[in-house]
Design a protein around this ligand. Structure first.
Ligand SMILES: Cc1cc2nc3c(=O)[nH]c(=O)nc-3n(C[C@H](O)[C@H](O)[C@H](O)COP(=O)(O)OP(=O)(O)OC[C@H]3O[C@@H](n4cnc5c(N)ncnc54)[C@H](O)[C@@H]3O)c2cc1C
Length: 521
């Protein structure tokens, strides 16, 4: 039977599916996205995007399109009677924040943009890069065999077709029917609570002047949470499962504001299951789970929901691209689960160690040390066959300056001159494998090994091709002695290093690259 074909089919065209489409098409991989809705959800969910997420978007030319939070903004939250009434207490976004040294970890800052505003930006970029995005189209059935996945798609007007893809990414959300069809179970703290919300528009910007954007409303007969999407839209949330009519909602909104003289437009309502559940496997054959399909984590101040899912997509994209281009064997794809599932569990653990979900915390959670945001964002460690030497003695995450170029960690950001242009070292990675060293003998070694293995490997001579802007040495940041070299993966993670010049450099590099890249030669 004749089928339409593609390399990767992504099911779910929300934040994670669209991110996966952008990351894959930016690597030249033919990609089809199907999304059952005609666009983004009317009720936006996420608003907080971390600098790490923006780093990933920077690699695909999206950073400039996303409005940034100025670095000076310290997000704050307050306990109040109402916006116009008494304000009891203001706290930092992340309580118990350890004061960290003022180190610039990233060329990027985070972003506060509503999910329904970010999704069209991602969709537009994916279109530009050649993705085939089919809205109002649902995956209704799929089967996989050793050669690929056959999907049955159905459009809203009832047209059914089949599509054959080499791989399938399930970005179909927390209730993922793909995960369920595969029989993959989930573990974790489970359902924490159900919440109801009402999204409305009101002219309340004056109450944001103190830098507080999240409000815990405390009144004798009302406990609620009020926050804004920063564009005139606000959401009032209730920790219960009560269906309220429009008049009741309007009255509650007025109570939360503390005024009844302002125009209020109710946009929509929502019902949310706050749960913490992580899939037992992130892959089954040719199908990969990403985003909420793989891990549902309750909204937290660390932004571990969408942000975690977007990095899943980034981690998976270069691996699929390597395999589809014939440079790597499918063994490389096993490292997706090995690397991303422990990250989901680390985030699960951190959510319950922090004060926000104390009601669901266990004594073990209370004893878990809280890792600071810089460690969770820029300092997490991957252990897998695509990394050599991430020993068991290493912690799962720590701040970038506590690492010194260990394999499994993100190659650090430093400002450097490339010619006369000031660039972040992060901009040097992402396309191919990269070998970095101050020792120029590695250049010939890298060229020979790349040719032998049929793999794209770029050599960057530290001190010549890149020169430090402020006198810091990138060789030192990578933990290398003078003759040493570091091998960076196409996602900017350190795969391997030789601390100094080895006896047989060519064989040493060849063996390392062959292992971490799962090469076909
Ligand atoms: C109130 C709230 C606030 C949040 N705030 C934040 C935040 O500030 N920061 C953060 O990082 N995270 C936040 N999150 C979490 C974040 O919204 C989710 O993690 C994120 O939406 C997950 O994206 P996803 O693409 O994996 O799944 P989803 O957004 O759930 O998208 C799945 C998509 O798949 C589609 N789909 C499903 N099945 C099919 C099918 N068979 N065929 C075709 N299409 C299908 C659905 O229509 C849907 O569009 C918040 C969540 C909530 C509830």
């Amino acid at each position: 039977m004749e089928h339409e074909t593609t390399s990767v089919l992504i099911v779910g065209g929300s934040l994670v599916g669209l991110s996966a489409a952008v990351f894959l098409t930016s690597r030249g991989i033919p990609t089809v996205v199907v999304e059952r809705h005609s666009g983004s959800s009317l009720h936006p969910r996420a608003i907080g995007f971390t600098p790490r997420t923006i780093e990933l978007f920077r690699t695909v030319g999206l950073e400039a399109r996303i409005p940034h939070a100025p670095p000076s903004v310290r997000l704050r939250r307050a306990r109040i009677e109402s916006l116009a009434g008494a304000w009891f207490e203001e706290t930092d976004w992340t309580p118990q924040r350890k004061e960290t040294p003022t180190i610039v970890y990233s060329p990027c800052t985070g972003a506060a943009i509503a999910q329904d505003k970010l999704e069209p930006i991602l969709r537009e970029r994916a279109y530009e890069l050649g993705a085939d995005i089919r809205l109002s189209t649902e995956l209704v059935h799929f089967e996989q065999d050793t050669g690929g996945v056959t999907a049955t798609l159905c459009t809203r007007d009832g047209h059914t077709s089949t599509l054959r893809a080499a791989y399938l990414i399930a970005a179909d959300g927390s209730r993922s029917s793909i995960r369920e069809t595969l029989g993959i179970g989930r573990k974790g703290r489970g359902l924490i609570r159900i919440m109801r919300s009402v999204l409305f528009e009101a002219p309340l910007d004056a109450y944001l002047a103190r830098g507080v954007s999240q409000f815990e409303i405390e009144q004798p007969d009302m406990d609620a949470f009020l926050t804004t999407y920063g564009d005139g839209r606000w959401v009032l949330m209730f920790s219960d499962d009560i269906e309220r009519d429009e008049d009741t909602l309007r009255t509650l909104i007025q109570k939360a504001i503390g005024r009844s003289d302002l125009p209020i437009k109710i946009i929509t309502t929502g019902r949310w299951e706050l749960s913490a559940l992580i899939a037992d496997r992130f892959a089954s054959g040719r199908v990969f789970l990403a985003g909420d399909a793989a891990h549902t984590l309750p909204p937290s101040r660390g932004g571990y929901g969408a942000n975690t899912g977007i990095e899943d997509a980034h981690n998976l994209a270069w691996k699929l691209a390597s395999v589809l281009s014939g440079q790597a064997t499918p063994r490389l794809l096993d490292t997706y689960d090995a690397e991303r599932r422990p990250i989901a569990w680390l985030r699960h653990q951190q959510i319950f160690a922090r004060p926000d979900y104390q009601e669901a915390a266990t004594p073990a959670d209370a004893a878990t040390p809280i890792l600071d945001d810089a460690a969770m964002e820029f300092g997490q460690l991957y252990r897998s066959a695509a990394v050599l030497g991430a020993g068991d003695e290493l912690p799962p995450a720590q701040r970038p300056e506590q690492w010194a170029g260990q394999p499994g960690t993100r190659a650090p950001h430093m400002w450097v001159f490339v010619g006369n242009e000031k660039r972040s070292t992060l901009d040097l990675f992402q396309q191919t494998w990269v070998l970095l060293s101050e020792e120029k003998r590695w250049h010939a070694v890298a060229t020979a090994v790349a040719e032998k293995l049929g793999i794209a490997l770029k050599f960057i001579h530290i001190g010549e091709a890149i020169r430090s802007v402020n006198g810091e040495s990138y060789q030192t940041a990578l933990g290398l002695q003078q003759g040493g070299a570091s091998l960076i993966r196409p996602d900017g993670y350190i795969a391997w290093r030789s601390l100094d010049w080895p006896e047989d450099a060519q064989r040493t590099l060849r063996d390392a690259l062959r292992a971490v890249a799962a090469t076909t030669r």
